[in-house]
Design a protein around this ligand. Structure first.
Ligand SMILES: [Zn+2]
Ligand SMILES: [Zn+2]
Length: 137
């Protein structure tokens, strides 16, 4: 079977993360933290097992916060340009949550669900994407 290799890149192109294989899960989220983190209406992220990340180049900084369920979440961003390339979380254990926008791949799988749908802007209609769940993210 064909095994996908995708590279996530920050705005200044210094941070690169190479991921192999398909993501475990793809989601969009309109929670207030995702809106603040991305600066826009919703996050679009893919969960990859840590083992699928074959290389990381460029310096990242991170910022950790405590989510509503009490577990920590950490945003990892380029030390130079500030793009949030991925997140880690206590609840994710051996996986990362990658910012799909950093992949520059219009063919990437769509979100399987929109989390925190009640927080989305009222104009936002994601046709065919089920609305479900209020995870801590
Ligand atoms: Zn950068
Ligand atoms: Zn969220």
């Amino acid at each position: 079977m064909h095994s996908s290799i995708r590279t996530a890149t920050c705005s200044c192109r210094k941070v690169k993360l190479v991921c192999t294989g398909e993501p475990r899960r793809v989601y969009a989220c309109s929670c207030i933290e995702c809106q603040r983190c991305t600066g826009t209406a919703f996050s679009y992220r893919a969960i990859y097992p840590q083992a699928a990340v074959s290389s990381q180049t460029g310096e990242t900084k991170s910022w950790r916060r405590i989510g509503p369920s009490g577990g920590w979440l950490e945003q990892h961003f380029c030390a130079d340009c500030g793009s949030v390339v991925f997140m880690t979380a206590e609840a994710l254990k051996d996986a990362i949550s990658l910012s799909v926008g950093c992949l520059e791949d219009p063919g990437f799988p769509p979100p399987q669900m929109l989390h925190w749908p009640e927080r989305r802007p009222q104009w936002l209609c994601l046709d065919g994407i089920p609305e479900a769940g209020r995870p801590s993210c």
